[in-house]
Design a protein around this ligand. Structure first.
Ligand SMILES: [Mg+2]
Length: 299
C-alpha cells in the first residue's frame, strides 16, 4: 500500500501497478510493461494485490539489514568494485577488505561473496578469508572449511581452444580461462560481440551459456547464483537467517529470486531494469557507502 496516500500522483501510480499486477501470474515470465518511477517514499512489501509488481521502476534504497536476523550475500564485479576494461584490472583496496571483515564480524559470520569468478581468483584479490561461492555457484567454500565444487566438464576444453583462437584473431577481445568455465570479454571490442556470442553458442552443448556485461561464457550447467545462495543458506552460520543479496548483472537475477524465496530480498546495483530485486543502489560507490553506514553504529 502507498505510504503516503495523500500524494495524488503516487497513489495513482500504485493503483495502476495494483490493477495490472493482479492480471499478472504469480509465477512465470513477467508481462507487465514499464509503468512508473517511484520517487517518494519507496514501495515495499506487502505488494499491492499480493503480487510483487514485476515492472521496471526506480526501486527504493534498501533499509539497513538487522545483524541479528539477516545475512549478506555480495556479488563482486560491478557491485563491490567497479567493472574494469580487463577482468584483472579491478582494484580491491585494503579499506574494502577491512570493511568486509568488519561486516562479517558484525553479522556473526553471515557474509559471503557470490561471484562468477573462480574462488582461486577471488583469493588472489586478498579475499581468501571470506566465505564465498565462485564460478556462478559451481563451487563454494565456508569459513569453517565446508566446501564443494562440481567437476570440470570435458566440453570446456574444446570451447577453450576455440575461444583462444577467436581472441587471438580479434583485436580487443579477451579470453578468460576459468576452472569451471571459459569466457570471452568484448568490452574493448564491442563490434565483436555478435561473433563472440555466436561462437559461444556453438560450444554451449552440454554447458550453460552465460550472458554478462560485455562478455559471454560457457560454464558448468545446473547451477547458478541462486543455487549457491540456497546451498550456503542451508548451512551454519547462515541457516535460519534472512538473505540479502546485492548484485548488478543479469547473472544475479537467480540470486535475487533465491533470496526472496528464502525470506530475504535482492538489491539491484545499477540502472533500473525488470528485476527480481526489491531494492536498488546506483553503483559500487553507493554500495560501499551503504555498507560503511552499517558499521557506523559499531564504531
Ligand atoms: Mg557483477
Amino acid at each position: 500500500m502507498p505510504r503516503d496516500s495523500s500524494d495524488g500522483g503516487l497513489s495513482c501510480h500504485l493503483i495502476r501497478i495494483s490493477s495490472q499486477a493482479r492480471q499478472s501470474p504469480k509465477t512465470g515470465p513477467c508481462t507487465v510493461p514499464a509503468i512508473v518511477a517511484i520517487a517518494k517514499g519507496g514501495l515495499t512489501p506487502p505488494w499491492p494485490g499480493g503480487h510483487r509488481p514485476c515492472v521496471t521502476f526506480t526501486l527504493p534504497r534498501p533499509p539497513a539489514p538487522d545483524p541479528l536476523r539477516d545475512a549478506l550475500f555480495l556479488d563482486f564485479d560491478g557491485t563491490l568494485v567497479p567493472l574494469a576494461e580487463r577482468p584483472e584490472g579491478v582494484v580491491v583496496t585494503s579499506a574494502l577488505i577491512d570493511r568486509l571483515h568488519r561486516l562479517t564480524d558484525l553479522f556473526d559470520g553471515r557474509l559471503a561473496l557470490v561471484s562468477g569468478r573462480a574462488i582461486a581468483v577471488l583469493d588472489e584479490f586478498g579475499l581468501s578469508g571470506l566465505p564465498m561461492a565462485g564460478s556462478h555457484g559451481a563451487e563454494w567454500r565456508l569459513a569453517d572449511g565446508q566446501h564443494d565444487a562440481l567437476p570440470r566438464p570435458a566440453a570446456l576444453d574444446d570451447a577453450k581452444t576455440a575461444f583462444v583462437a577467436f581472441a587471438d584473431a580479434r583485436e580487443g577481445v579477451l579470453f578468460e580461462d576459468k576452472p569451471l568455465g571459459a569466457a570471452l570479454h568484448f568490452r574493448l571490442a564491442p563490434g565483436a560481440a555478435d561473433d563472440a556470442i555466436a561462437l559461444a553458442t556453438s560450444h554451449a552443448g552440454g554447458l550453460h551459456l552465460q550472458h554478462g556485461h560485455a562478455m559471454i561464457e560457457v560454464r558448468v550447467p545446473g547451477v547458478h547464483k541462486g543455487t549457491a545462495i540456497a546451498a550456503m543458506m542451508a548451512r551454519t552460520p547462515f541457516a535460519g537467517y534472512n538473505p540479502l543479496f546485492l548484485g548488478d548483472d543479469v547473472t544475479d537475477e537467480d540470486g535475487f529470486a533465491a533470496a526472496a524465496r528464502l525470506g530475504g530480498h535482492g538489491v539491484l546495483v545499477g540502472p533500473s531494469r525488470q528485476s527480481n530485486a526489491t531494492f536498488a543502489l546506483s553503483d559500487p560507490v553507493a554500495v560501499n557507502a551503504w555498507l560503511a553506514e552499517l558499521l557506523e553504529p559499531a564504531r
